[in-house]
Design a protein around this ligand. Structure first.
Ligand code: IPM
Ligand code: MG
Length: 376
């Protein structure tokens, strides 16, 4: 079975980490007899400076007809559109809005032998399994809805407005998605209970009150999943203090944006954090660390976030296509990442090691091969 995968390496360290993700995908292709037709497109801020476009004509259409999309990172210093927007953001939002990728799924999992970064630098090892939750961020509305503007420019009267949009359809589908994720998991590390935490600011905002009301309606369909509520401000501290009580968290767009970067410190930093932008028919997968331009071209960035994005892509594709081999491959990729981290021989600088980005990619690919062969 052949799958068309669009590859958008983008800016900064994007191409380097994507190269390692592809290395792992190619290994999967070899050992599982799958076929991935990779279709790359240049895109991002640098591409905009060189070509005057964020991505080539036809790239979106190609994404629309693909089986899945792998994105590196977007954002280049000094690359802004005439309206002041980050050049390249049009790719991210073009895909999220254009393909209706309404659920932004960000697993937060601390792998064995990885230190959390709550204290800024790695100091303490937590018992494995303490951090294992998934944040499901609404991805097509909220404060990201393109209903905004600068109403008056300059002077003391200058005025700019952003609006938070919550629709029944938007809230309902992402909340249901979160409950479905919980049904597939084994519950929260603390007590093994399935739990979906609704994170909002419903003590102040009408849109959030509506979001919570829809949450209650959907929750009623899932008696096996415990209901849980938190205001975003309180949630940020509970997430850091007691990460083990969380199983799945569902929240609005901007709160999810903020909470997921914060959550990454619980899993050893942004170098390990992957995300999937998922809709009814399309999926885009990415490391969430961004382009980190100061590390560009140094073969230094941690490719594990991208490898985990590939793992999420395989799992999603496997479920969508009802293809067992893909799901098996995704489990092997995760096991290979876990084994690489546990062994601790090939770690990038952010995890206290000295390995290059490409060496970590090699190590994981080698483990994928070994694991697949032992299983086969
Ligand atoms: C993310 C990023 C994006 C967002 C940026 C790059 C537009 O921060 O995926 O979390 O704000 O959603
Ligand atoms: Mg973000």
């Amino acid at each position: 079975m052949a799958f068309k995968i669009i590859v958008l390496p983008g800016d900064g360290v994007g191409p380097e980490v994507v190269r390692e993700g592809i290395k792992v995908l190619k290994t999967v292709e070899d050992v599982y007899g799958l076929e991935f037709n990779l279709v790359p497109y240049p895109c991002g801020g640098k591409h905009y400076l060189e070509m005057g476009e964020e991505w080539p004509d036809g790239a979106f259409e190609s994404c629309r007809t693909s089986d899945a999309i792998l994105l590196g990172a977007i954002g280049y210093p000094g690359a802004l559109l005439p309206n002041g927007d980050l050049a390249g953001a049009g790719v991210v939002f073009g895909l999220r809005f254009g393909l209706d990728l309404y659920a932004n799924v960000r697993p937060t999992k601390l792998y064995p032998n990885v230190r959390h970064m709550v204290h800024g630098s790695p100091k303490e090892v937590w018992e494995p399994g303490k951090v294992d939750f998934v944040i499901v961020r609404e991805n097509t509305e909220g404060l990201y809805a393109p209903i905004r503007g600068t109403l008056r420019r300059g002077g003391l009267e200058e005025l700019a407005v952003d609006n938070q949009v919550v629709t029944r359809k938007g809230a309902e589908r992402v909340i249901r998605f979160a409950f479905e994720v919980s049904m597939k998991r084994k519950g929260a590390p603390a007590d093994g209970k399935r739990r979906v935490t609704c994170v909002d600011k419903s003590n102040v905002l009408d849109g959030c009150r509506f979001f919570r009301r829809v949450y209650d309606e959907v929750a009623a369909e899932y008696p096996k999943v415990e209901r849980d509520y938190a205001y975003i401000d309180a949630f940020t501290q509970w997430m850091i203090r007691k990460p083990e009580v969380y199983d799945v968290v569902v929240t609005t767009n901007l709160f999810g944006d903020i909470a997921t970067d914060l959550a990454a410190v619980l899993q050893g930093g942004m170098g390990l954090a992957a995300g999937g932008n998922i809709g009814e028919r399309h999926g885009m997968f990415e490391p969430i660390h961004g382009s980190a331009p100061k590390y560009e071209g140094q073969d230094k960035a941690n490719p594990i976030a991208t490898v985990l994005a590939v793992e999420m892509m395989l799992e999603w594709l496997g479920e969508r296509k009802r293809e067992k081999t893909l799901r098996e491959a995704s489990r092997t990729v995760e096991a290979a990442v876990e084994a690489t981290l546990r062994e601790g021989k090939h770690l990038t600088y952010d995890l206290g090691g000295q390995a290059r980005c490409s060496e970590v990619g090699d190590a994981v690919a080698k483990k994928v091969k070994a694991l697949a062969q032992t299983a086969g």
